[in-house]
Every structure is written in C-alpha cells, then in structure tokens.
Design a protein around this ligand. Structure first.
Ligand code: AMO
Length: 480
C-alpha cells in the first residue's frame, strides 16, 4: 500500500494469473472490440480534466490508453488510480481495443480493469522522452531508468543488430565462436595496465585480451572468434576508454594481416548493411544516416603519416605512437587503416615484416606498447637510424581520430618469438604455458580485436563511450 499524499492511497497488487496477451506492436485495428491485456510502465500522461491519456510502454513501444471520468464507479476508480500514478509506475491493463484514427496504431485501449504492479514513488530525475541535458553521472546512478530513455533504447537496439550481424558474418565465413579464460597468469598487451586479482594463493590478472588463447585455438579450429569483456586498468578519465570493454576478437589460420584487413573491411560493410536493413526506425529516431562506405578502406603506412605529421609537429619521431589529436589535421571523419607500425610500438606476438630484421634488432630498441601517446626518449630515438626502422605486419583501423581495432600477422616461429620476447624484456618462463604449443606446428595466423563500444561510438556519433555500454566501468565507477 502506498500513501502518495494525505488523501491518496494506492495498493500494489500481485500479478496472479494476469499475463500480457499483446505487445504494443501486435495491437492493430483487427482487434477492435476485443478485450486484451497489456503490461508495461507509464511513459507519459496527458490530463485533460475529465479525460486522461496514458502512454503505456513495453519493450517495443507505446500503446495509448484513454480513460474518461464518467460517473460510473468502476471507471472513476480506474481514472483516479491512473491520475495519481507517477510516470514509470508498472501496471497491467485489461481493456477494450477501440478505434482511434489519431493514434499512430489507429487504435487505443479503454481500460476495464487495472492492476497496479509497482508504484513509482519518486519523480524521475530525467525524462523518458527527451535526450536529457543532465550530466552522465546522474544518469548512470540510475542506469536502469536511464536505459528506458528513447535515445539509449535506439542505441542498444542497434548494438544488438551489430552483435548478431558479426556472428552471422563470421559463422558464414567458417569461424567458430570460442570462450577463453578471463582470469589469467600473464600480461599480453604490453603497456595496457592489468587488474591484479587473488586466485586462491596466487596473484593473477583479469585478461587484457584473449590474445594468446585465440592464437592457440587456431591450432585446433583454424578460424575462431570471441565476443567478450577485456579488462584494462585505464588511469585516465576520457570519453573513449573503459576499464571493462567488449572486444570482438578474430583469429584466422594460414593467412596474414592483409587477409584479415580484407575480412575486417567486409565485416564492417556487412554490419552497416544490416543496420540499414533492420534499424531504419532507430536511425530515423536518432536522426542519423550511416556513412556510405567503400571497401577496401584506405591504408596509410605509419611512415607516410609520420612524414606528413612532421611538417606541422616537428617533435614527432619515427617510433612514437601517433596521438589521435594530431591526426585530426590529416584525416577525415571516416574509416581508414594505419598499417606497418614500428615493431617497437606493438606487443611481442606481432610479426616483423622481415624475419631477418628481428634477429638484428639492437638491444633495448623496443618500447612498451601504449594505447596513448608516448613522446619517446629523444636520445634513444636520435640514435635510431633509418636502417634499423623495424616495421611490423600490423594495422589499426581508425574512424577519424578514434582507434577501433588493432590487428597483425602473428609470430608463429618459436625461436623468433623467444627472441622478440627477450628484446622486450619479457620473462620466458612466465609464458611457458603458451610457448610450449609452438613445439607442435602452430600455423601461420593473423587476427584483430575490434572494440565494440568504440565501433558503436563511431557509427552512431556517440560522444561518450559510456553510452555505448550498459553499466560502464571506469576509474571512478564500480557501481551500479
Ligand atoms: P588493442 O589493445 O589495440 O589490441 O585493443 C583492441 C581494441 O579494443 C578496444 N579497446 C578499448 N575500448 C575501450 N576502452 C578501452 N580501455 C580499450 N582498450 C582497447 C579498441 C582497440 O582498438 N590483442 C590485440 C588485438 C589483436 O591484435 O588481435 C589488442 O588487444 O577499440
């Protein structure tokens, strides 16, 4: 029982044997005069004195409910309850379908019985309909309510299409979906920081990526993909980093980085096609048009970009990571690749363009991989002559200044892998569990990791990556 004010008491009721007979999208003029049961929450109310219009929302949209104060006891009671219920309250309505030319479905519901299932006792701090100007932190504190808003509903419906189309595309290209451990023993991604955890009596980490496992699985299944969380202890507060993100990891045997770039081109094209096919309503609601893309996406070599950048940014040296900010000057707002990165900027499993290069790699010429800009050690870089610029078979897929994916051909020769690890200062023994499979014929392979939230951000022009995920995790947020 809820006392809404001095005079108004509303009783909450059990569901009992009430079950929805129709979702909003299933209601149409063919049911006129039928009695149906609808359920949902009040998304908006219009009070015209003796007539009340309620929009009852379910997972597919709104149904208009109209109730008049007529002097009949039952109708008056329903009128009073609905008039006093706040938006977001959950109710069930048993009522008659009647014609209403002005409503979008050409019908509306006149209630005969109502069940108040859960009373909203507070006014929502943000509206159901409008894109709120309220700060994202206020919204995140009540995320489940926030997710009811039209803006986010549209985004998450498209997200669902993206995930489905990725699965469709990869499965039709002979990939199998896998799952790899998320509690692991070693780092894989160089500079990206780890979350340590207690694993019984040992120190372990949350996986930064499924990298080593997806590589191993090419031995058994050739073409594998995983859609799962990756964990990155990101100390910075940005609009494009999460501490827990969803990565679409793809790995394929008997190919190199050119082949998987082609696969990624085709994957992106397929996703865009599917969104256009399935989510036109959501795109219209968001007032968005997806880009008309042409594949293959342009490919710029790292060296070429550095040469261009150096014209305006004298401090940039070959071997530095490229900051997205400075890329702004030379790239448009679309998809492109940066290929052939310095080996020193990439993790240990990435293949150099020439095997012979790595054998002659000077000691300490490597820097750890970072996902942010590193202004390199000037002295070290000064010493780096053009002749020992070691290039890797690698790529980043970008959208404007946003990195969406990284990929590469991987080292599959154990000796060279060991050598590269040594140059990167990694302890072989810690990776024994991984290295031992290289004694048994690991096929040549290549792959990539595509950040789901980053991809959604780029396609749907979302300003803050937090709105591309349900419950974001960042340096300041572990709840809800
Ligand atoms: P990388 O570290 O570049 O590569 O990650 C791949 C992609 O994952 C996304 N991503 C993130 N998204 C949001 N918040 C983060 N903190 C975050 N970190 C990464 C980005 C990025 O491009 N193992 C390799 C992939 C491979 O070579 O297969 C890897 O993890 O979109």
């Amino acid at each position: 029982m809820y006392r809404l004010d001095e005079d108004t008491i509303i009783n909450e009721q059990d569901l009992e044997n009430w079950r929805r007979t129709h979702y909003s999208f299933q209601i149409n003029p063919s049911q006129i005069n039928q009695t149906i049961i609808i359920m949902g929450w009040i998304s908006s109310k219009r009070d015209h004195g003796n007539v009340l219009f309620i929009q009852l929302r379910d997972k597919f949209g709104d149904t208009q409910v109209v109730v008049k104060k007529k002097g009949n006891n039952l109708e008056n009671e329903i009128f009073d309850v609905l008039k006093n219920l706040k938006e977001h309250s959950s109710i069930g309505i048993k009522g008659k379908v009647v014609e209403q030319k002005k409503s979008s479905t050409s019908v509306e519901i006149v209630p005969e019985e109502i069940k108040v299932l859960s009373v909203s006792t507070k006014s929502a701090p943000f509206l159901t309909q409008a894109i709120s100007n309220i700060g994202i932190d206020t919204r995140l504190e009540l995320r489940a309510l926030d997710l009811r808003r039209d803006y986010l509903q549209n985004i998450f419906k498209i997200r669902f299409t993206i995930l489905n189309s990725i699965r469709e595309f990869l499965i039709s290209n002979y990939f199998i979906e896998v799952h790899t451990p998320k509690m692991i023993a070693t780092a894989t991604e160089g500079g990206a920081a780890l979350f340590p955890i207690f694993y019984y009596d040992k120190e372990a980490f949350l996986a930064q990526s499924p990298q080593l496992y997806k590589e191993q699985l090419t031995m058994a299944f050739e073409n594998v993909f995983e859609i799962a969380p990756i964990f990155r202890a990101e100390p910075s507060r940005t609009n494009r980093h999460l501490s827990e993100a969803i990565s679409i990891d793809v790995e394929k045997a008997f190919v190199n980085y050119h082949d998987v770039m082609k696969l990624l081109d085709e994957l992106v094209a397929y996703i865009i096609l599917k969104i256009k096919e399935k989510n036109q309503t959501e795109l219209n609601n968001l007032e968005l048009e997806l880009p008309d893309i042409q594949i293959p996406f342009p490919r710029y070599s790292y060296s070429e970009l550095v040469d261009k950048l150096q014209k305006n940014h004298k401090y940039i040296r070959w071997g530095d990571d490229i900051s997205p900010k400075i890329l702004k000057d030379i790239v448009g707002d679309s998809f492109y690749y940066i290929v052939d990165w310095p080996l020193s900027t990439k993790p240990f499993y990435v293949k150099p363009k020439n095997y012979s290069d790595i054998i002659g790699l000077p000691p300490n010429s490597t820097t750890t991989t970072t996902t942010t800009t590193t202004i390199s050690n000037e002295n070290q870089k000064d010493k780096e002559s053009e002749s020992n610029r070691i290039v890797s078979e690698s790529f980043d897929l970008m959208y404007g200044t946003l990195e969406l994916s990284s990929g590469s051909t991987r080292l599959n020769n154990k000796n060279i892998l060991l050598d590269n690890m040594k140059k990167k200062g990694l302890n072989h023994a810690a990776f024994d569990y991984h290295l031992r499979v290289f004694d048994y014929g690991v096929p040549p392979h290549a792959g990539f990791g595509l950040g789901l939230e980053r991809f959604i951000m780029a396609l749907l022009k979302i300003e803050n990556i937090r709105d591309a995920t349900f419950y974001p995790r960042d340096i300041d947020r572990l709840t809800p």
